[in-house]
Ligand binder design. Structure first.
Ligand SMILES: CC(C)(COP(=O)(O)OP(=O)(O)OC[C@H]1O[C@@H](n2cnc3c(N)ncnc32)[C@H](O)[C@@H]1OP(=O)(O)O)[C@@H](O)C(=O)NCCC(=O)NCCS
Length: 274
């Protein structure tokens, strides 16, 4: 852990662990003489770093190199070594998200990553949302319960492309940090959910998903409106969220409800490792 702390204090550190602490994942850190890197799946927690056969995808979440080492050569060698290690564990793809300001953003093409999409951040700045009720025409909205995780993970899996799936371990962890976690159910079956985090000055909706069988019936809109109404009642001035630029359907919904683009400088990358 001492060596890891040292690397965490270097000038070039990339950290997208979000809801996890580096120490929880230290057993899975991959080392080279000048760097340390960590890639994990969104499906399992730290106790297991084997690829899920349905989602053989790992996300690069933490990467640091020693001050003085060559960024380019070290990034190439480290990501190649990481890819070999992940392939042995059954992973087939390595993904990552960067901002232009991240130290290895410009190095990703030479590390054989290709650009997949761009993440757009939108924000709603508190102007009155249309009225929301707990009952949409089609579904009941209620707080998430402990016995909902399996169903929520199934909705997530059906609604998002596999690289973005969250498994139960991740949902449970996010639940701990969440400010609001609401599900939509039809006849006792969970068909949608939204998960929002609270930050000092605003809220961020991390997830909004409706099962494909239930889409297009106003459920996504109702989940979003409930969150906007709650934020307004609690005098929280802004609600933000991210959406991939190719997701025109979600984008249309957000724009209809008054969200505006505030940032476009986040990128999604992918590298084949088999
Ligand atoms: C985006 C999503 C949450 C919307 O939920 P939904 O319940 O299907 O949406 P709603 O029925 O409430 O529709 C709300 C608006 O979404 C847009 N929309 C819904 N279905 C659409 C379609 N087939 N084509 C284009 N726009 C569509 C429209 O703007 C619609 O408003 P309108 O009915 O007044 O035209 C849902 O499609 C989903 O889970 N998608 C996959 C996961 C995802 O992309 N999540 C968002 C990540 S940021």
């Amino acid at each position: 852990m001492k060596a890891l702390h040292k690397l965490a204090a270097q000038r070039r550190v990339y950290d997208r662990l979000d809801f996890w602490g580096l120490e929880e994942w230290q057993a899975h850190v991959v080392w080279t003489p000048h760097s340390a890197v960590l890639a994990i799946s969104n499906v399992h927690g730290p106790e297991q770093l084997e690829a899920d056969p349905h989602v053989p995808i790992a996300w690069l979440r933490w990467f640091s190199i020693m001050d003085g080492a060559s960024a380019s050569a070290t990034a190439r060698a480290t990501t190649a070594h990481l890819a070999e290690t992940l392939a042995e564990r059954g992973f087939r793809e390595l993904w990552c998200i960067t901002r232009r300001t991240d130290w290895f953003h410009d190095l990703l093409p030479e590390c054989q990553f290709t650009l997949v999409d761009r993440l757009i951040t939108l924000q709603h700045s508190g102007q009155s949302p249309p009225h929301a009720t707990a009952l949409t025409q089609h579904a009941l909205l209620r707080e998430m319960r402990d016995d909902d995780f399996t169903q929520v993970a199934a909705v997530d899996c059906a609604a998002f492309m596999s690289s973005l799936h969250y498994g139960e371990a991740w949902l449970r962890r996010m639940h701990r940090w969440s400010d609001s976690f609401v599900v939509a159910e039809i006849e006792g079956v969970v068909v949608g959910y939204q998960l929002t985090m609270r930050y000092p000055l605003h809220r961020h909706m991390v997830r909004l998903a409706v099962h494909p069988h239930a889409q297009g019936r106003g459920i996504g809109r109702a989940l979003l409106l409930r969150e906007l109404t709650g934020a307004r009642e609690q005098r929280i001035s802004a609600l933000s969220l991210n959406v991939v630029s190719s997701n025109t359907r979600a984008m249309q919904l957000y724009r209809q409800l008054g969200f505006q683009v505030v940032d476009t400088a986040t990128f999604i990358w992918r590298k084949e490792i088999s």
